[in-house]
Design a protein around this ligand. Structure first.
Ligand code: GLU
Length: 245
């Protein structure tokens, strides 16, 4: 079990992401990490232990005020609870950053295919195959929406996956199968998270994603697609009920 949170909007995205991560610490506290872009540079900052340790590691970067960030608290299933194994995981060029809750059951097969195609791995997690697989399909299609969906279709197991990428810096990509994932809708921002507590600080409405759904979330809009039925999904947002948190 891990916790996921992401924010795209005005203002410093690191603040709602860090507070969302604190609300999610019950889901895991082996390590915590964030990825964000500031001044055209992507950063992935991680630390072993709780969100407090991540905040210390972030130091001055916290004030760079990115408009989009994703974050993760880990409960390790594959690979020791080290800084190297902490999420977000990324591709070799550090242009695709992924956080994941769940287990990719076919990670060995995917890793072997990618290694045969020249990809190098630096962690011991199942998750690291995901950013490399997206990179592999992006190199083929030169279209990130298509690369993300194609990579997600290859995964077996359980996942809530959230991605930020240099190729589409205003979008958060999300996918769900057998792990919880929600979209939080705010006044001038949108969020993703493992549950309502992850998004409640900066969102007032919530959409619960269902299995086989992927979502592309931007500041003012979001789009959901069912990748089994190959159809767009329309679902009415619900009020966030504080008693549930
Ligand atoms: N399997 C991933 C890891 O070990 C995610 C763990 C989880 O969701 O608990 O890093």
């Amino acid at each position: 079990m891990c916790g996921i949170v992401g924010y795209v909007g005005r203002g410093n995205a690191l603040e709602p992401v860090l507070s969302g991560l604190k609300n999610l610490e019950y889901r895991g506290y082996d390590s915590a990490g964030v990825a964000f872009c500031s001044n055209d540079m992507f950063h992935s900052v991680k630390q072993v232990g709780r969100v407090d340790a991540l905040e210390a590691e972030l130091a001055g970067l916290r004030q760079t005020k990115p408009n989009l960030a994703i974050g993760h608290t880990r409960w390790a299933t594959h690979g020791a609870p080290t800084k190297l194994n902490a999420h977000p995981h990324f591709n070799g060029a550090k242009t695709i950053f992924v956080v994941h809750n769940g287990i990719i059951e076919n990670h060995n097969e995917i890793r072997q295919m990618l290694q045969a195609n020249g990809y190098n791995f630096i962690s011991h997690t199942d998750t690291e195959v995901v950013p490399h697989l997206i990179d592999y399909f992006y190199a083929k299609f030169n279209d990130m929406d298509k690369a993300f969906e194609t990579a997600i279709r290859e995964l077996k197991g359980a996942y809530a996956i959230v991605m930020t990428t240099k190729y589409e810096p205003n979008k958060i990509y999300a996918a769900k199968l057998s792990s919880p994932l929600v979209i939080g809708i705010g006044a001038d921002n949108n969020m993703v998270g493992s549950d309502a507590s992850a998004v409640a600080d900066a969102a007032n409405k919530i959409v619960y994603l269902e299995d086989y759904e992927i979502a592309i979330v931007e500041r003012k809009s979001y789009a959901i697609k069912n990748i089994q039925k190959k159809q767009p999904v329309t679902r009415q947002p619900e009020d966030i009920i504080l008693e549930d948190i």
